[in-house]
Design a protein around this ligand. Structure first.
Ligand SMILES: Cc1cc2nc3c(=O)[nH]c(=O)nc-3n(C[C@H](O)[C@H](O)[C@H](O)COP(=O)(O)OP(=O)(O)OC[C@H]3O[C@@H](n4cnc5c(N)ncnc54)[C@H](O)[C@@H]3O)c2cc1C
Length: 324
């Protein structure tokens, strides 16, 4: 990247801006792995718009990340500018509260558990399923994040997006192509700026009890406290419908394939939940990637099923012949 880029960015964002060069993305992903971003900037809404326009003009690649809780970033890192949508873009605004249903508008960088707790504090139900999902609102829209019978699709009304041509558009829920852990935004290059979420009045204690129940289920079944990106693999379509509950959990196939205790380097299949690959502390992204491939090959050989990753891969990974 041209050395004037940093000077240009400083000029554009002002002297106080934090522009990090060669920033290890292991610091910004829940897996705790990943090489450097050439340039890393935590942005607010206007900075995001300005930087993307500048990068387009200069032909510099840009990658948007949220909380990095569904990402496997390669050890080689990411070229160009990584734009982090998080704590500088996380306002939550409540609509009129004199009705049974209330719209909250959350900026893309607001983190789901905080939004869910804030909603509960206002006696608003609908986000209980999301109270343990450690992503941002933007990441959750893109992934149609869900758990325990709920998903973003159930509560989303519309989102504001920044389109690749720099225009801003409002997209209604029907046009988002939300499905099991998918949306049109996975491939459209649109960036979520904020989301309108429709919630319903309910007793505060009832909402909190639901959240507690979900948290206890999570604690009992998932490797909380260990570094991961949640479920590594997507549940498998069995031809019974798109909903998560109609799909076969990946952990069943992983166990059937004898991969319950598989590991590569510092990456291992979690003892507590075979659907989670964890970083035992010293894993590289290549370890995680090679373990993913090992599990996929074993499941294919034993069960004849192609397991797809739910985790999003960013950057370059080893070619087939280089896999460990
Ligand atoms: C312990 C643990 C438990 C988890 N449990 C669940 C669960 O129960 N259910 C579930 O669905 N997921 C779960 N996850 C996965 C993850 O939290 C979700 O997928 C979450 O929605 C990802 O949000 P994020 O902000 O971290 O996105 P990132 O991981 O940062 O990004 C994910 C994708 O979204 C894109 N993106 C992010 N923000 C934007 C934006 N504003 N505009 C456009 N694109 C954007 C990125 O480019 C990337 O492609 C879990 C993860 C962990 C670590």
């Amino acid at each position: 990247m041209d050395s004037n880029v940093i000077t240009d960015l400083r000029q554009m964002l002002g002297e106080g801006a934090v522009i990090l060069e060669n920033e290890p993305l292991s610091r910004h992903t829940t897996f705790g792995v990943g090489g450097p971003a050439q340039v890393y900037i935590s942005v607010n809404r206007q900075e995001l718009i300005d930087i993307l326009a500048y990068a387009k003009e200069k032909n510099i690649p840009c990658t948007v990340i949220g909380n990095g809780s569904n990402l496997l970033v390669s050890d080689r890192g990411i070229d160009g500018i990584v734009l982090s949508i998080g704590s500088r873009m996380n306002k939550v605004t409540l609509g009129p509260t004199d009705q049974e249903q209330v719209v909250i508008t959350a900026e893309a960088g607001a983190v789901l558990p905080s939004v869910a707790r804030e909603a509960a504090g206002k006696w608003l139900s609908g986000l209980e399923f999301a109270s343990g999902i450690p992503g941002t609102v933007g990441g959750a829209v893109v992934m149609n994040a869900g758990a325990y019978g709920g998903e973003m699709k159930d509560v989303l009304r519309r989102v504001t997006v920044l389109k690749p041509d720099g225009t801003i558009e409002v997209v209604g829920v029907r046009d988002m192509k939300l499905g099991y852990r998918t949306s049109r935004f996975l491939t459209s290059d649109e960036i979520i700026l904020d989301a309108d979420i429709l919630l319903t009045r309910e007793d505060h204690d009832v909402i909190l009890a639901r959240m507690d129940k979900n948290a206890n289920k999570r604690k009992a079944s998932q490797p909380i406290g260990q570094r991961s990106a949640g479920s590594t693999f997507r549940r498998v379509d069995q031809g019974r419908g798109d909903a998560a509950s109609n799909r076969m959990p990946a952990w069943q196939l992983i166990q059937e394939a004898g991969m319950k205790e598989a590991s590569v380097g510092g990456a291992a299949v979690s003892e507590k939940h075979s659907g989670f690959i964890i970083n035992k502390g010293n894993a590289t992204a290549t370890d995680v990637y090679c373990l993913i491939r090992k599990v996929q090959k074993a499941v294919k050989a034993t069960c004849g099923v192609d397991l797809e990753t739910e985790v999003r891969l960013l950057g370059e990974f080893p070619k087939e012949e280089e896999e460990q």
